[in-house]
Design a protein around this ligand. Sequence first.
Ligand code: ATP
Ligand code: MG
Length: 568
Amino acid sequence: MDTPENPVKNLEEKNIGSNFIRFMIDRDLESGKHTSIVTRFPPEPNGYLHIGHAKSICLNFGLARDYAGRCHLRFDDTNPVKEDVEYVDSIMDDVRWLGFDWHDKLFYASDYFAKLYDYAENLIQQGKAFVCDLSLSELRDYRGTLTVPGKNSPYRDRSIEENLDLFRRMRDGEFADGSRSLRAKIDMNSPNLNMRDPVIYRIKKTHHHRTGADWQIYPMYDYTHCISDALEGITHSICTLEFEDHRPLYDWFLDQLPVPCHPQQIEFARLNLTYTVMSKRRLLELVSSGLVKGWDDPRMPTIAGMRRRGYPPEAIREFAERIGVAKANSLVDNDLLMFCVREELNRTAKRVMAVMNPLKLTISNYPDGLVEDIEAENNPEDIASGTRQVKFSKTLFIEREDFSENPPKGWFRLAPGKEVRLKHAYYITCDEVIKNEEGEILEVICSYDPLSKGGGTPDGRKIKGTLHWVSAIHAIPVELRLYDHLFTIADLNEIEEGKDYKDYLNPTSLVINTSCMAEASLADLSIGERYQFLRLGYFCVDSDSLPEKPVFNRIVSLKDSWAKQVKK
Ligand code: ATP
Ligand code: MG
């Protein structure tokens, strides 16, 4: 039999692995403990959500979906100092964008302030809470450490009447911030520091973004969270591992109070990702010190940033699925996220051609003034996506990197005397290289085989290299924003002594390319649309785009696109 105190641990010992939460739910449904499940996602509105929150959202809303239960969105808004409606709005936006819906189950911990207050009086009346006059630093001293037991507060034995009177006067704003607190009376000798008479209410004469000036005291997280869960009828309260030590306190409050039910807290490992930071404090610092351009900077691990960069929500959900849930903290490789993004985009993104670093190419035997419409498939992975017409003419741009005057062995791209295929169009052979006085290549002159239209010839000769191109007179200039990791080291928890995480910011995390020329079909853009630029990667139209100046974020490069062009 599992002991009720720690079913998770027992299940783990049975080697249930990453499905341990589902296993617990199955068991609770089979045993009749619950007839349906209710989960919740409880963000504090003190910052934008990040990929770690996305994991928690996918888990909680995903369970509700799979078990035909409910998932509540609850704002844990008990600290008015750091919270803001801007964050509330962005969080709702992000959850919806990820593809989840809380229906009418939107809650705020602040909605429970009156009930929480009544429960606190209830604790006082039971002799299980007291008003303490110790200052913050005294509280710390009295608390003890992991090896030193705590000391009882000199105010611990106040009478119920005195406690009630003082607590009401705290509520009415009679005392200064920090001068008093309400504490649970549990056990100053507990080996668990969380159980050493924790503070449950503090005085804070701060305006709250929802309750305004109604309250001069605010409940602490540990006290608020379990009661909010119980009031909402949550069955499984899933949180991250650092709350494991708080579970006895979660259970203690619910055991003392006449709450409607007693939810089960279950902990899982928080997500950490390589080359980035995930703490809201650090993300806020990056934003407020201008080291990134806002919460939705495409280099940020925020949902807003990933969304602006062009990650599809399906890819983030797939990523959450693949990493699963575990009981041990780990660092997940950003490449796995990139893999999920690429997989999704490969299926869905329309292919187009753009040249990042243009080199002029003239086809000497192509008729002057002729313009052909070349049929190009939109996505070979999705035939239903159809084809489009791309303009072809005598003067084109190709990538500078696709031409080499003195090519290495195994070079499949263009070189003097070599024949290559222009994607969707013709075979061309390089006849001449035009340079300036400094020796810089200005242009290449080629001849084409008119019989090779669409990529084949009557003699069936094999051509290995295929280049992307645009027609010079038709192409439009676009700005590309090319991203790399925000930090130069994989694990930001392993920083050298005396250094700060900001010392590891990658100076080339954003490179702007303003020389790119793209096929004319891209003139008609909508923000957020995603494309594959052949051989250059996946790109998304940025919100900075203007009709006369399209701006694209590179979502992710195409793995090994260049490697394929040079035989190993
Ligand atoms: P802070 O960084 O300020 O400690 P937080 O990241 O825990 O805050 P909350 O708003 O309290 O932010 O988080 C809401 C929910 O998201 C919580 O249930 C929390 O467990 C979960 N969560 C937060 N970070 C991660 C993460 N890296 N991986 C998985 N879940 C996370
Ligand atoms: Mg938190």
